[in-house]
Write a new protein. Structure first.
Length: 599
């Protein structure tokens, strides 16, 4: 592509991204619908009352009929290959209707044949064995799956005999002790620990000691759920989590509670016109940060100062201002959406910080950046890396420090230092430098021998282990590369960063497909998202030919399929999703970075 063509495509994609802003001036995006979300929501509504929720239930089941795969399976998105967990949950949901509904019975026969091809008999206790083996020590997802199946009489009356008891009584301990306990669920799934734990206790035999302890723990555990309940009624604004909580509590005799009442209302409000549900209401904070970033230096050319101030005001309005009831973190962070069930995390917080620095002058966002920097400092782990939600848990993968989040924090912290290094009133610079250095050591230590980094909340359905080293490496390389523009960096730090970037670049070049695209790893089919991210990371005169091969592939893909999203996101313990703004924002950023090299 020639420079004029690249500029034309940049303008075209930029206008498309602008058109996708909402009426309030920021971006909401749209997450893919989820068969798993639909199945769990349908069961929750069924247990709440078939007659009063008949319209929503029929609409949800009709969505499932339309989105079954040819082999009788269901994937996490309509674009995903089938998997056992989602197929089993759909089977369980339809099992409630097979006695009186011929289509439900026929559909379940197809699903049963698929599950049997994977070695699972739906009427065998080995259902539990398979699911528990698949998720290993992490009960965040496996136990809720099995609990819902049991409540839907899958595999039979004795289903709960084979389901591990979640220790919901431990939720009564002060939060500061949680990280010392060997909890079998991740930090952000406490509502599931409580609700699913209670229903298992009600349905499963246990010794007299634990029966007494847990019986007297239930009222206080319910009060904890009540305190964690957001105004919207959706825990984490997540459809599966909220539905698991509701169906478990209803089946435990707690139907007439505010948690269930608001949760059911949340599920009904979030159902889409076609009957589907997404996994979460939206990622508005995240995709707005990606959008602001994607325009690069052209932001002022496409938006008025009033537009930019409006987006900045959005960030200021939704910055957390109190100790958060869900994960107990201090004020100053941002979650993934503006809805009240969102929880501050270590990807959206640096994303919002960097966006604010692009939207307004540093002095206009100083207090927000100071609070955010303090929040990040308090959540940094001892290993120098950054977890998603909670410091010091680390027992399960989704609670541990990770490279892509740590790289994002490194860039945000470096940008704050750069912006205020000559400001005598900015008292935290030394602390930020210490935070930066520790995080850089973490990234250096966790860069693999081949130069790659692995991300936490993103993957690829077609790699053998579902990891996505292309995404992780491209993200970290880009963050580090952008740090090199900051003048505060000394020569030692600069040399260290340049070496990591060089190793990361070598890895990305080595896994480019012959057609110019990138997938999640070598010889994995290309996507817009992964190809655009790799180009952004590699964009330089030195890698010009490599980038242009990738850009030509993107141009061809875009001409044929448009801005088609791929399921590269991971959510709620390995639940795949795609987001319609990922290909738009990633493609625009890649085009912008190439234009900067041209100039």
């Amino acid at each position: 592509m020639k420079k004029e063509q690249i500029q034309q495509r940049f303008n075209e994609v930029a206008l498309e991204l602008i058109a996708r802003r909402n009426s309030l001036g920021f971006w909401e995006g749209k997450l893919s619908s989820s068969a798993l979300g639909v199945a769990v929501a349908v069961v929750a509504l069924h247990f709440d009352g078939l007659e009063k929720n008949l319209k929503e239930i029929h609409s949800g089941i009709a969505w499932l009929y339309k989105n079954i795969n040819a082999d009788g399976s269901f994937g996490d998105t309509p674009e995903s290959p089938g998997n056992v967990s989602t197929s089993l949950l759909v089977y369980a949901a339809l099992n409630l209707y097979t006695e009186n509904n011929i289509r439900a019975k026929k559909t379940n026969s197809r699903i049963s044949a698929y599950l049997l091809s994977k070695g699972i008999e739906t009427n065998s206790p080995k259902v539990a064995e398979y699911i528990l083996n698949h998720y290993q020590k992490d009960y965040t997802f496996s136990v809720p799956i099995l609990a819902m199946c049991g409540l839907c009489n899958v595999p039979g009356e004795n289903a709960f005999k084979h389901i591990p008891q979640l220790p919901f009584e431990l939720s009564l301990l002060p939060r500061r002790f949680f990280k010392l306990l060997n909890l079998s669920v991740v930090s952000y799934a406490i509502p599931a620990l409580v609700a699913v734990g209670i229903v298992i206790f009600k349905k499963k035999k246990s010794g007299i000691f634990w029966r007494v302890v847990r019986k007297f723990s239930i009222p206080r555990a319910m009060k904890i759920l009540q305190r964690m309940l957001p105004m919207s009624g959706g825990f984490l604004e997540a459809i599966p989590l909220t539905a698991f909580v509701c169906l478990s509590l209803i089946s435990s005799g707690f139907k007439e509670t505010e948690v269930v009442e608001k949760g059911i209302s949340f599920l009904k409000k979030t159902q889409r016109e076609d009957g589907g549900w997404a996994i979460d209401i939206d990622l508005s904070t995240w995709v707005t940060s990606l959008s602001v970033k994607a325009f690069r230096a052209s932001l002022n050319g496409f938006f008025t100062s009033d537009d930019l101030d409006s987006i900045a005001d959005y960030y200021k309005l939704i910055q957390n201002q109190e100790v958060h009831p869900f994960n107990g973190t201090a004020p100053g962070g941002w979650g993934w959406t503006h809805f009240p069930g969102s929880v501050p995390d270590c990807d959206d917080t640096p994303g919002a910080m960097l966006a604010l620095l692009k939207l307004q002058k540093p002095e206009e966002v100083k207090s927000e950046l100071l609070d955010a920097s303090r929040w990040l400092g308090e959540i940094q782990n001892k290993d120098g890396g950054f977890p998603t939600f909670s410091k010091g848990w680390g027992k399960l993968p989704f609670d541990q420090s990770c490279a892509d989040l740590t790289g994002h924090v490194v860039l945000a912290v470096s940008a704050v230092i750069e912006s205020f290094r000559n400001d005598p009133d900015f008292s935290t610079l030394k602390r930020l430098e210490k935070m930066f250095n520790a995080a850089l050591i973490y990234l250096d230590k966790h860069q693999k021998k081949n130069g790659s980094w692995l991300p936490l909340w993103f993957g690829n359905q077609y790699t053998s282990d579902h990891t996505n080293p292309v995404y992780g490496t491209a993200r970290v390389v880009t963050y580090l590369k952008d740090c090199l523009f900051h003048e505060w960096l000394g020569s030692d730090l600069r040399d260290k960063i340049e070496l990591m970037v060089e190793k990361g670049n070598r890895f990305l070049i080595s896994v480019q497909n012959e057609d110019g695209s990138w997938g999640g790893d070598k010889n994995i089919q290309g996507s817009m998202e992964e190809t655009a991210l790799a180009i952004s990371a590699l964009s330089s005169g030195q890698n010009w030919e490599v980038c242009m091969n990738g850009l030509n592939w993107l141009d061809h893909f875009y001409s044929e399929k448009g801005l088609k999203a791929s399921p590269i996101g991971l959510y709620f313990a390995s639940l795949w999703y795609d987001e319609e703004l990922y290909p738009v924002t990633f493609y625009l950023e890649a085009l912008g970075r190439i234009l900067e090299i041209e100039s």
